[in-house]
Write a protein that binds this ligand. Structure first.
Ligand SMILES: N[C@@H](CCC(=O)N[C@@H](CS)C(=O)NCC(=O)O)C(=O)O
Length: 282
């Protein structure tokens, strides 16, 4: 594995460091994560939202330690160790961020203790609609983010194409949002908001590294799309201030450092390699 990815700073910083150290004590529910990872941040946000007791264990997923691979043969974070049986001493692994998020929401469902479910209970259609847009985030917006971030002049596609694709996928998503706001489901915060939050927070990296940036039109300049981008700004403003998002975020400059290799398209991470080859993300 290339040294570029194993040289990452080893620990969270900023408010994420506080959240991590509040959860460093031994606990049978364990999240193995990397502070820089947006997929991990999804899981972290759910644990924070529901105030679920757990232990956070920072690892470097690029190093593929045998104990880590034993839990998750895909060798990716987030990986969750879930207590099983009465004593809670044995654990079973779970991985894939969206599956972990749904699992946590379902397994910790006592409203008095953990608050409202993050998917609308009692309405199968609305839950399915949420999953549809969670899928859109994972299969359209997230790959679009990396395609633009990893764009270099040698690519077989232009930066305008990559930008147009990302903006188009975001627009499609925003048009599905409840008009009232601020959240995707209007007043109700849900997993749909959670799954996009980490990349919404990371959009500034594209503005930092790529000529022309993300290219979201400034207020009053979007013509017929004015309402769509207005709704986006309402959501973006709310999500970037949400406590669970803010408190799982390290210092901005750390992300700038960690994502430099994406911007230069030299990282050997699985996500980056899949993007380079035009394949589905891992
Ligand atoms: N589909 C996975 C993706 C997770 C993922 O790609 N995690 C990255 C860190 S952001 C990782 O562990 N990469 C290790 C590698 O690329 O070798 C999920 O949703 O959990």
């Amino acid at each position: 594995m290339a040294s570029v990815d194993t040289s990452l700073p080893a620990k969270p910083t900023g408010l994420a460091a506080d959240f991590a150290s509040e959860h460093e004590r031994e606990h049978p529910l364990k999240l193995y994560g990397g502070w820089f990872c947006p997929f991990v941040q999804r899981t972290w946000i759910v644990l924070h939202e529901k105030d679920i007791p757990h232990q956070y264990i920072e690892i470097n997923p690029y190093q593929k330690a045998p104990e880590f691979l034993a839990l998750n043969p895909r060798g990716l974070v987030p990986t969750l160790a879930v207590p099983v049986g009465n004593g809670g001493h044995a654990q079973k692994p779970l991985y894939e961020s969206t599956i972990i998020c749904e699992f946590l929401d379902e397994a910790y469902d006592d409203e008095a203790t953990y608050g409202k479910s993050l998917l609308p209970s009692g309405n199968a259609y609305e839950r399915a609609r949420c999953r549809l847009w969670i899928e859109h985030v994972g299969s359209k917006i997230v790959p679009g983010f990396y395609k633009l971030l990893q764009h270099t002049p040698e690519k077989g596609y232009s930066i305008e194409e990559a930008r147009g694709n990302l903006l188009g996928q975001i627009k499609t998503f925003v048009k599905e949002m409840d008009a009232g706001g601020p959240w995707f489901l209007g007043e109700r915060f849900s997993l749909v908001d959670v799954v996009l939050a980490p990349w919404a927070k990371r959009l500034f990296l594209i503005d930092h590294y790529k000529p022309g940036g993300v290219g979201i039109p400034a207020e009053g300049t979007a013509g017929e799309d004015e309402e769509v981008w207005k709704r986006w700004r309402v959501w973006l403003g709310a999500i970037t201030k949400r406590k669970s998002v803010v408190e799982t975020w390290s210092a901005d400059e750390m992300y700038i450092e960690a994502y430099k290799r994406y911007a230069e398209d030299t990282t050997q991470s699985e996500v980056a390699q899949a993007t380079r080859k035009g394949e589905r993300l891992p």
